[in-house]
Each structure stands twice: as C-alpha cells, then as structure tokens.
Design a protein around this ligand. Sequence first.
Ligand code: NAD
Length: 309
Amino acid sequence: MKILITGGAGQIAYSLIPLLLSGNIFNTKIDLILLDIESCLEKLEGVKMELEDSNFEYLNSLIITSDLKTAFSDIDLAILLGGFPRLPGMERKDLLEKNLEIFKIQGTALNNYANPNVKVLVVANPVNTNCWIVNKFSPNIPSENFTSYSYLDQERLAYLLQIKYNQRYENIKNIIIWGNHSSTMVPDVSNYNSEIKLDDDDIYMIQNRGASVIEKRKLSSAMSAANGIIKHITKWFHGSDDEIISFGVYNMNSYKFPEDMFISIPVKTYKNFNYSVVDDLQIDNKTRTMINISIEELKEEIDLVKQLL
Ligand code: NAD
C-alpha cells in the first residue's frame, strides 16, 4: 500500500502518521510519502527522524519530498492535508484563488502519475471545493474515487448526543452531516432517533466547533481531525456494516441536489473502498431548508472558482 500525505510537515500529519502506521486499518506494510512545500523540507526531515526512531512495524519505506512526480507516482491512496490557510483579513476569493493553484497542480499530478485506481481523501479547507478542483484536474480517475472529509463533524455530533442526550457512543449510528463543511453544515439525527430534536444551540455548536477549538488552542483541530481521518479511511476500506455515515461525494442528483459538486451526504460503505449513496431518506422541511442554504453557499464557491479557472 503506497500512501501519500500532503502537508506532511503540518500538525494533522503529525497526529495522523502514527495512527496510520498502527496496522489497524491496512494489515500490510506501508510505503509512505510525505509531501510539503520546499520551505518545509527541513521540518519534514525532523518528522522523518522521528519516524525512524519510532521503528513502526508497518512502515516499509519513507520518502519526504517537495517534488510532485516523486510524491504522486504509483500511489494507491492520497490524503490531501496541504493547502493554503485563511489568513486574517483574507477574502474568500483570495483563499479560493490560492487553493485553486495548489489543487490544480496536484490534480494534474494525480492524473499523470498515480495508480488510476487511486483513492483520494481531501481534508484541506475549503474541503468540498478543493475536492472538486482536484477531481476536475484528474479526468482519468473516476469521480467516485474522491471523497471529502466530514467525519470529524459526524464525530462531534456523536459527542453531543452523548453529553446532552445521554446516548451511548456504541449505540449511535446513522447520524448525518449534510452540505458544505462550513458554518452552514447541517447535522441530522432523525435516522438514529426521531425523538431527539436538535435545537438551534446544538446545531450552532456543531457548525462552529472547529472555530471554537481554534479560539482556545490558537490552532485548528489536529488530534481529532487525525482520528476522524482514520475512521473515514477505515470505514471506506473495510465497510460500514450497513451503517449510514457521512462522506463528501461527487453528487449525481441525489435528493435533487445540484450535480457536479462534492456534497456531504449519507453513504454506506463496503469492502475495498466501495460505497453507495443512501438516497431514499426522508428529510423534514426545516432540515431541507438548511441543506439548501449550505449547498447554495457551496455552489457560489464553485462558481467563483470556475470564474478563476
Ligand atoms: P498546518 O498548517 O499545520 O499544515 C499544513 C501543511 O500543508 C503545512 O506544512 C504547509 O506547508 C503544507 N502545504 C501548504 N501548501 C502545500 C502544497 N502546495 N503542497 C504540499 N503541502 C503544502 O495545517 P493542519 O492543521 O495540518 O491542517 C491541514 C488542513 O486541514 C488545513 O487546510 C485545515 O484547515 C484542514 N482541516 C480540515 C478539517 C475538516 O474537518 N475538514 C479539520 C481540521 C483541519
């Protein structure tokens, strides 16, 4: 299994790598490639030294690089963490422009060098739009091989159900995050327990949990993000056992949502990175209205990127 992590010198990567090399997901040795920008190569060298000193049983080989061809050649799985962060005072258009540059180049590299069967998980924000860009620039790779990350939001919702509604984590299933990964995302527990009605405070908490972590930590979520990535990949690779989970996937008119965008919607996953969209759930009017707002926001983002192309 050849796995690329972009943003390899960043904080999520630092939490993610040991979990990925635990042998719990892929019961096979891993050829790991860490890509970062040239100015972070020295930091990557430090990460490499720590990996050497960790003697992970499941690490077969390690490459650190800033070269796209080296990074993307023959990979089976890409976890895209590296992106341009939103700096204070930065307009959304500027952020999209910066990330367009990055994901256009990486999409092209995927297309040219990766195993055509490669699976791609996009985590860098704005995650749904970055996933759309990278997918657009790798036309040889099927759109269903790309997913964007909503699992952390789903885990936050599971936590809320435990602390406020006294649910047991092991019983919680079929909870959904709909829409764009932003402060408009829509948590939905109606398919888990229709008697639990999330109130506006609950919804606000889920939508703004990432921002709350940044406020306290002065850094964005990393440990929990890494943990959610592991859960996403585990479910994607091994299957969700009939449980409904949330992935950002390329939408093919499910629920009459607009096509040609990556929207967080309910899926079931099966062995070997297969999944199907669960497209027959009932959505109440309030939830539907909120989802429409979130998707409209996403559509505006993608329209803006299309203008910049
Ligand atoms: P970080 O700033 O610690 O690390 C990002 C790394 O990416 C840096 O080392 C940077 O040099 C690198 N990078 C930048 N441009 C690159 C490029 N073109 N190629 C390769 N590497 C590049 O950030 P982090 O905390 O690790 O977070 C990574 C991303 O994940 C951020 O975009 C963050 O917003 C996002 N995130 C998403 C969620 C989610 O739920 N979707 C949650 C947490 C964080």
